[in-house]
Design a protein around this ligand. Structure first.
Ligand code: CA
Length: 235
């Protein structure tokens, strides 16, 4: 297992130094850039496992950098869907971060504790690894095809257009067909690192997922409700 590679884009050297130190002592290998426009080419040349992005950069904003990262084409989804943590100096920016459809995985407000940032980075990487590993053993059969590398799930041969949390929820259920996941397990595993105001309604996500699956096959009802317990996917 290689040391997870983190790209840090932060123009204040003093802040960068404390982060590089904290991340380094957690065993991460860190590359530091001062300018936003250097992030995409660097990530394309040699993809990182996680990117920590300052919002206020001298040449651009962290938002623009994230947009450019998500738009990377001709690369695997793993490259363009790299997890991102924003560093923000102003609490007003939080609303924008949370409103981003591009999906940041987390954010921290300055001043922050570098160890806190390192802990969040570790949590996000652990979550990603868990989904990749658990998905590898998932059944790919005539009904379902789950490609954890590209973060895509197909139902009856047809790709399902999923939001981030719908994907994580469906991937979790598919990791063990027939197993009932309690609401608490779903919350802990799907929304483990979600920002405070993320839509955490399991029922709403199940409802939209069912509608999307029904649009592909109107007759099947693969997601089962276990009253008072949770949900499973039909084995
Ligand atoms: Ca800055």
């Amino acid at each position: 297992m290689h040391a997870p590679k983190i790209l840090l884009v932060e123009d204040e050297q003093a802040i960068a130094d404390t982060l590089i130190y904290a991340l380094g002592s957690e065993g991460f290998s860190v590359r530091h850039l001062l300018l936003g426009r250097e992030a995409c080419p660097a990530h394309r040349d040699s993809p990182f496992d996680l990117i920590i992005l300052d919002v206020g950069l001298p040449d651009t904003t962290g938002f623009e950098v994230l947009k450019a990262l998500r738009a990377l084409t001709g690369e695997s989804a793993e490259v363009s869907d790299v997890p991102v943590i924003f560093l923000t100096a102003r609490s007003e920016e939080i609303d924008r971060i949370l409103g981003l459809e591009l999906g940041a995985d987390d954010y921290v407000v300055k001043p922050f504790s570098p160890r806190e940032v390192a802990a969040r980075a570790r949590a996000i990487l652990r979550r990603d690894a868990r989904f990749r590993n658990s998905s590898n053993s998932a059944a790919s059969n005539a009904v379902w095809r789950h490609d954890p590398e590209s973060l895509r799930i197909a139902f009856h041969g047809q790709a399902v257009e999923l939001t981030r949390y719908e994907y994580l929820l469906l991937a979790l259920l598919l990791s063990a067909p027939g197993r009932v996941f309690t609401r608490e397990q779903i919350m802990n595993r799907v929304w483990a690192n979600a920002p405070e105001t993320a839509d955490r309604s399991i029922d709403t996500h199940i409802k939209t997922l069912r509608a999307k699956l029904r649009a592909i096959d109107a007759l099947s009802e693969p997601i089962l409700t276990h009253r008072g317990t949770g949900y499973s996917i039909a084995a």
